[in-house]
Every structure is written in structure tokens, then in C-alpha cells.
Write a protein that binds this ligand. Structure first.
Ligand code: ADP
Ligand code: MG
Length: 236
């Protein structure tokens, strides 16, 4: 057992916000359902990464979060597992639209997130689909019609499908902006804004970014409510 302060110092974690819960310094400390812990064990992971350790208790509490951490730090499961827990508490009908929406800048990244969601969500029977450009819309629309709990999408393709009125985001209550800095660099801000307009204001919003420039700060201030900010290392 290590104190929150000692753990944060050792792993270069800094937090800003009100009532920030202490990090989960081990998998046992998370209290996650056994199905989820089994998958994590299967993957051969021995402990949460620092971003997971600190962002899980915040996300599970339902708070908005801005997480600034470099590539390879384990951010995907940082938001996916709390997303699964959120989903299980909702009991929504997936045929009426997704509950968890993850926006990602590229097809490759979106596909990787989808793979992780399938792998770690399988045991809790979570359905997930990936929407990206450069591929026919037909199969993607079919997946949506069949019903999905989690949608991982690039902003361009999701916006196209929204304009066709072939997806409803009215059930989305857990919204993730992954690699927010890259999405803005790629010029996706207008599409992100249009998408977020379709998501109810009563939601939890999580933003993950490797850098924290002014453009990202501005959109974070607009889309998140009183977020807890978590920094790993000296990225800023
Ligand atoms: P990021 O989004 O921060 O760039 P990823 O979520 O893609 O990082 O994770 C990077 C790699 O680390 C992936 O292969 C992932 O499966 C692995 N990983 C995630 N969590 C852990 C953990 N707790 N222990 C060991 N490896 C992990
Ligand atoms: Mg990532």
C-alpha cells in the first residue's frame, strides 16, 4: 500500500481539480468486475499504467477529465474500461444508438481502439463498431442498424453518416475525444462541433491529448464541465 502522494510523485502524475480521488495503484484496488480483471490478466498486464491508475477512479466517478500523456501510456483502456462500466449502468437499447462514442483522428487509430474494445469488452458482451472513411458505408450502416453500444469513429465519416440521418447520438452519455490535439491539427474542429451538437449536454466528456496547446485548451473549455486535469510526466 502506497499513499496517493507517494504514488503520484513516483510516477510524475500531477492533478488539478476538486475532490480528486486517489489513484488505483493495483488492479485489485480498482474493484472492477471479475470479467474485466480476467481479460487484463489474460493480456499479461501486471499493474495499471500511471494514466490508468489516476484516470480510472476519476472516470468511474462520472467526472469530466482532461488527460495529457504521451503516446504508449495506456490511454485507450484508461477510457474504455470506465466506458464499459458506464454502459452497464445505463441499460440502453443499442438499436436506438450508441451510449459510448469515441472520436479518433485516423482510420488506423480508430481500428486499434476498436480491437482493444472488442478484446476487453467481449467478456461483458459489449458490441462495438468502427466508422471511418476510405471504405464503403454499407457495412458500417448495417452495423449501426444491428445495434451497437460503443462507436469508435473518425469525425469525417461520423459526420457524413449523421448528415444522412443514419445514426442517432441521443443516447450518448460518455463521449471521448482521443488524440484531441491531432484531430484539431487535421482540421476536424468543424466536424467535431457538429457531432457534439447531436450529443446531449448531460454527458460525461473525456479528452485525451499528448500536448496541451491553446487550441486544445479552448475546445476543452467549451466541451467539458469542470474537468479534472491529469498530467503524466512533464508534457504540457
Ligand atoms: P496510448 O493511447 O496512450 O498511446 P495505448 O492505449 O495504445 O497507449 O497502449 C499502448 C500499449 O500498452 C498497448 O499495446 C496496450 O495494450 C498496452 N497496455 C495498456 N495497458 C497496459 C498495462 N496496464 N500494462 C501493460 N501494458 C498495457
Ligand atoms: Mg491512444
Amino acid at each position: 500500500i502506497v499513499s496517493a502522494e507517494a504514488y503520484r510523485r513516483r510516477h510524475e502524475i500531477s492533478v488539478t481539480g476538486d475532490n480528486v480521488p486517489p489513484p488505483f495503484t493495483s488492479f485489485e484496488a480498482t474493484g472492477f468486475a471479475s470479467e474485466i480483471l480476467r481479460e487484463v490478466q489474460h493480456a499479461g498486464f501486471s499493474a495499471p499504467t500511471p494514466i490508468q491508475a489516476q484516470s480510472w477512479p476519476i472516470a468511474v466517478k462520472g467526472l469530466d477529465i482532461v488527460a495529457i500523456a504521451k503516446t504508449g501510456s495506456g490511454k485507450t483502456l484508461g477510457y474504455l474500461i470506465p466506458g464499459f462500466i458506464h454502459l452497464k449502468q445505463r441499460h440502453n437499447n443499442p438499436k436506438l444508438g450508441p451510449t459510448v462514442l469515441v472520436l479518433s483522428p485516423t482510420r488506423e487509430l480508430a481500428t486499434q481502439i476498436q480491437d482493444e474494445a472488442v478484446k476487453f469488452g467481449r467478456s461483458c458482451r459489449i458490441s462495438c463498431t468502427c466508422l471511418y472513411g476510405g471504405a464503403p458505408k454499407g457495412p458500417q450502416l448495417k452495423d449501426i442498424d444491428r445495434g451497437v453500444d460503443v462507436v469508435v469513429a473518425t469525425p469525417g465519416r461520423l459526420n457524413d453518416i449523421l448528415e444522412m440521418r443514419r445514426i442517432s447520438l441521443h443516447q450518448v452519455s460518455y463521449l471521448v475525444l482521443d488524440e484531441a490535439d491531432r484531430m484539431l491539427d487535421m482540421g476536424f474542429e468543424p466536424q467535431i462541433r457538429k457531432i457534439v451538437k447531436e450529443v446531449p449536454a448531460r454527458r460525461q466528456t473525456l479528452m485525451y491529448t499528448a500536448t496541451w496547446p491553446k487550441e486544445v485548451r479552448i475546445i476543452a473549455a467549451e466541451l467539458l464541465i469542470n474537468p479534472v486535469q491529469v498530467n503524466i510526466g512533464n508534457v504540457n
